[in-house]
Design a protein around this ligand. Structure first.
Ligand SMILES: Cc1cc2nc3c(=O)[nH]c(=O)nc-3n(C[C@H](O)[C@H](O)[C@H](O)COP(=O)(O)O)c2cc1C
Length: 323
């Protein structure tokens, strides 16, 4: 099945170049953050947090929380990790049924637990298994949505040439390469020359190629697309507390405060009954670079409800002067 006979509403890998998307981030790109990023930044594509293929295949209901979706025309790609081709086949089917616009396979996660179990970046050392997994996921989606891979340049040292060549043999619809090895974790700089090398291997194949790592603005994303000849870029950490990054709008402080509250409301919408503890980190990311920001971040570390957030914000807003 080739990309051209996909039947889903939008084959995101065919969006015109450059494709600029929100990278998958565990504990961050939940339904609430995706909705906020979509509304205020409008990236071309949104990725979920990673979810275990094996757990989804076995119907572990708890995991389906990460696969909630907001109504949108923006493609949302579900990212799966694991090591069992059969589980990828089953979970890819399920993800399609849930209405996702793509299945992305995580072959880059440096987490030790996932590595020890054979998933994430461990697959870089098992190219034959990685190919089987891609093929199983493609059978699972049966041409309805694209199957893509997100990975790193190597384990201890970059082996981009052999690794990307092996992936290309299995014909994923796109590969996103984070320009670091597993050993680097998030240290040092992403090596965009390695990304360019991967992109050159994908040229002339059915596979689109995206770069990832250390991109801090849309301008930089567009420049990198040209300089390193990639089809697109995924932005991760620079979107923390900054869903506007994908657009050209610079928010005022009041707009930031309003979106902080809205983001909390979305969190509650998707996670009914939960306190806002997981939102504290997001709120701290929104509150940067103004007089009193550090104090406000401290105060936000104690919030539990939307009302608490509103009170903290009200107490830090400069009083309106009577005329
Ligand atoms: C908190 C956090 C969680 C992440 N979770 C995932 C994940 O679930 N799946 C994945 O493929 N990459 C994950 N990543 C990696 C990012 O998608 C991205 O590759 C990396 O942060 C480099 O891009 P950046 O410099 O734009 O942040 C995560 C990164 C961070 C910081």
């Amino acid at each position: 099945m080739t990309s051209s006979n996909l039947t889903n509403k939008s084959n995101w890998t065919n969006i015109s170049k450059p494709i600029i998307g929100l990278a998958p981030m565990d504990g961050i790109t939940d339904a609430a953050f995706r909705e906020i990023a979509d509304k205020y930044g409008k990236p071309d594509v949104l990725f979920t947090e990673f979810v275990p293929a094996e757990g989804i295949a076995h119907g572990a209901t708890r995991l389906f929380r990460s696969l909630q979706r907001h109504p949108t025309k923006t493609p949302i790609v579900a990212q799966l990790f694991g090591k069992t081709p059969k589980a990828f086949y089953e979970s890819a089917k399920i993800v399609c049924k849930l209405g996702f616009d793509g299945v992305d396979i995580n072959m880059g996660c440096p987490d030790n637990n996932i590595y020890k179990k054979g998933g994430g970046a461990k697959l870089i050392s098992e190219p034959a298994l990685a190919q089987e997994i891609i093929k199983a996921a493609k059978q699972g989606v049966d041409g309805r949505v694209p199957v893509t891979v997100k990975t790193r340049t190597g384990i201890d040292k970059p082996i981009t040439s052999e690794w990307i060549s092996a992936l290309l043999e299995a014909e994923p619809d796109a590969i996103t390469l984070h320009g670091r090895t597993l050993a680097q974790m998030y240290r040092g700089h992403a090596d965009w020359e390695q990304i360019a090398l991967g992109a050159s291997l994908a040229k002339g194949t059915k596979t689109k190629f995206l770069g990832n790592g250390d991109v801090e603005s849309m301008q930089e994303a567009r420049e990198k697309t040209k300089t390193y000849d990639v089809d697109g870029v995924l932005i991760g950490r620079a979107a923390l507390g900054n869903p506007w990054i994908f657009g050209d709008h610079m928010p005022t402080q009041d707009e930031r405060f309003a979106v902080m509250i809205e983001h909390c409301r979305y969190f509650i919408k998707y996670r009914t009954g939960l306190k806002l503890f997981p939102m504290r980190k997001h709120l701290a990311w929104y509150v940067q670079k103004f007089d009193g920001a550090a104090k406000m971040r401290d105060a936000l570390m104690h919030i539990e409800t939307v009302e608490d957030v509103e009170k903290v914000i009200a107490s830090f807003r400069p009083p309106k002067l009577d005329k």
